[in-house]
Write a protein that binds this ligand. Sequence first.
Ligand code: SAH
Length: 346
Amino acid sequence: MRKKNDIRSLSLDELTFFFLKNKYPAYRAKQVYEWLWKKSCYSFNEMTNISIELRELLKNEFVINNIKVDKFQKSKDGTIKNAIKLYDNLIVESVLIPSENRITACVSSQVGCSLDCEFCATSKMDRIRNLNSDEIYDQVVAINSQSLNFHGRPLSNIVFMGMGEPLLNYSNILDGIEKITSDQGLGMSPKRITVSTSGISKMIKKMADDNVKFNLAISLHSAIESTRNKIMPFTKKFPLQELKDAVSYWYDKTKKIITYEYIVWKGINDDDEHLDALIKFCKISPSKVNIIEYNKTDNSIYNSASRDNINKYIKKLEKNKIPVTVRKSRGKDIDAACGQLANKIK
Ligand code: SAH
């Protein structure tokens, strides 16, 4: 049997071309496009404003490769972790994180991850494949409907902090965000979207060149090369100097502030030398620091720094006029917190 194409891999122009070729008017393509993107329709039968004959033509030519929420788990703090099944039966996880004034979706960019951050559970999985732009968009749509169901309001923010390294799947992330922000999609503001990278310098420069409108967060965790190489071994191929250059480049082009994600670990980076290096790094361009509470993963040799040492970080950053926030873990009881996504849903 001939393999059918996923209709959602077609742009509106391509879809219009298909309709005209089959002697249907162009506005039909627009209607179908709306069903696919604005209304997140998963079956041609649901497209009630187009004729049965046209629906049959579409069914013969195309499939709609939708994702499914296979299972979900709810934490006692309201966080929901979803196991999302892709068309080829692979699973990724996406998380809904409600708080008083925002509802955030944490979405995945790859099935598994090719990086080797020692402290992260996802890094213990192999990278199996990149998510395509539809799968990225669909995760957001699925979590948005959960947000509406459980909280009566839509998502307010999206962070690409789930499984995978977004900047190693750059063009699909960009296309996915394009759909999330476009009027045909969810019409969300790019200012409410943050892409988090472990620091792929070349791609940070590319993002600056592309003049992207969403926010950038960098998982720094140490501004001292030897420590960074130890906790994130892949960074041996991504020197800190290149990251510094990329950060300056980003600011020159976009004038956007960068968030540095930073975990403070006992005996790894909780001393003054690391703190001073971080402060120096933060002065390259306007930035803020998000101190992330460490979530211990299976067999981890890492331990969170003491309260006192974390407070020392906060005080000295503030003294240097660098805004600092502390991100409390959410959904820890269901392994939904940062760095815990490893397809272990029960
Ligand atoms: N690959 C991207 C996005 C995924 S990780 C990146 O590295 O930024 C999202 C955030 O969770 C990163 O800042 C990452 O360093 C952090 N993280 C990973 N493991 C963690 C853990 N065990 N506890 C707390 N944060 C963790």
